[in-house]
Ligand binder design. Structure first.
Ligand code: NAD
Ligand code: SER
Length: 313
């Protein structure tokens, strides 16, 4: 990888992945793009282009102009927002992906895009969910993620595009707010713990979901991107996770630092239904075996860092 382009770079993942790639490969060698523009978002000397991923010709022009050899496609609509705008979600998540894959094919680029635990559904085994299993999701986000995994497989087998992907769980971070997902409570709870010493959860008690701290998500992405292509059997959709938590277990971890922290519930039926259709805990063995996935943060270690980082903000 010599010259890397990201779509959706101003989002929760892109803002941190862009910085990590700039550090590793050099600021000049990373081209951040997003439909939005944010002055100075990626520091001095950063290369930024405004790009609506629906404009495939403009993506092709940018890739040619900067001699890009790796595309990291992050622009998408997340689960809760997608459920409010299903047609638009399908359009962005599928046609945006198709545009990026086409450019990767034409320009012979390596390609990475995330899938999600949302690619599973209620008929999937909920605990220790295998790498290869039933995928019949009931949210439009999940339907688009299964189709994305398959489309990336197709571009690999049909055209030889070096596609790669991870099924991310809920990602927890403090630099950029999450973009409208079902797992967003697990970020908000830390901000409210610091600000008000209380939090009202939109997911119900006992709703277990996989989560991961952003440094582990960035680490997993970099490792997968650098892995030898020949080592990757499940190349487009590795299960990755670092913990399985419900709102009460996050609250208990927070109380080790803020003993008076109070948790209450006001359940949002739409996000609750999505959460209940997802696994409690997926099995990341294939990622460990095939590219050395090795998360460093469990719940308590992540909580300690989140509270430390959120405080100054
Ligand atoms: P996000 O919502 O934080 O960011 C998405 C970015 O895409 C935003 O900056 C937005 O401006 C941009 N965007 C939206 N429409 C666009 C368009 N038409 N053209 C160009 N840019 C556009 O999302 P994220 O959390 O960074 O997620 C990135 C990817 O990772 C998505 O595919 C998402 O499904 C996946 N993922 C995220 C999580 C998570 O917890 N954050 C978990 C699993 C999978
Ligand atoms: N965090 C994401 C969401 O809730 C999982 O894909 O949409």
């Amino acid at each position: 990888m010599k010259k890397i382009l990201l779509t959706g770079a101003l989002g929760q993942i892109g803002s941190e992945l862009t910085a990590a790639l700039q550090q590793k490969y050099g600021t000049d060698n990373v081209v951040a793009t997003d439909i939005r523009y944010s002055e100075g978002a990626f520091g001095e000397g950063a290369v930024f282009e405004t790009l609506d991923i629906m404009d495939g010709q403009k993506l092709l022009d940018i890739v040619k102009k900067h001699k890009i050899d790796t595309i990291i496609h992050l622009a998408a609509m997340l689960s809760a927002n997608a459920e409010k705008h299903p047609q638009r979600a399908w359009d962005i998540n599928m046609n945006g992906l198709m545009n990026s894959l086409e450019v990767a094919r034409e320009e012979n680029c390596k390609f990475f895009t995330p899938s999600s635990i949302g690619a599973f559904g209620p008929s999937t085994i909920k605990n220790n969910t295998p790498q290869v299993t039933v995928q019949r999701p009931t949210s439009i986000y999940g339907v688009s993620k299964v189709a994305s995994e398959l489309l990336c497989d197709y571009y690999f087998t049909k055209f030889g595009v070096d596609t790669r992907g991870l099924r991310f769980p809920g990602l927890i971070s403090y630099l950029t707010p999450p973009g409208g997902g079902t797992t967003d409570y697990a970020v908000d709870i830390y901000y409210q713990a610091v600000k008000k010493k209380s939090y009202t959860s939109f997911l119900d008690r006992g709703t277990y979901l996989d989560m991961m701290y952003m440094p582990d998500a960035i680490g997993a992405t970099m490792r997968l991107l650098e892995a030898e292509s020949g080592d990757l059997i499940h190349r487009n959709a590795y299960n990755v996770t670092a913990m399985s938590v419900d709102p009460e277990s996050v609250a208990s971890s927070i109380r080790k630092h803020i003993p008076e922290f109070e948790l209450s519930y006001d359940v949002d039926p739409i996000r609750q239904a999505i959460a209940e259709s997802w696994p409690d805990h997926i099995d990341p063995t294939a990622a460990k075996e095939e590219f050395g996935f090795n998360p460093q943060y469990d719940l308590d270690r992540m909580t300690a860092d989140m509270l430390k980082q959120v405080k100054p903000n």
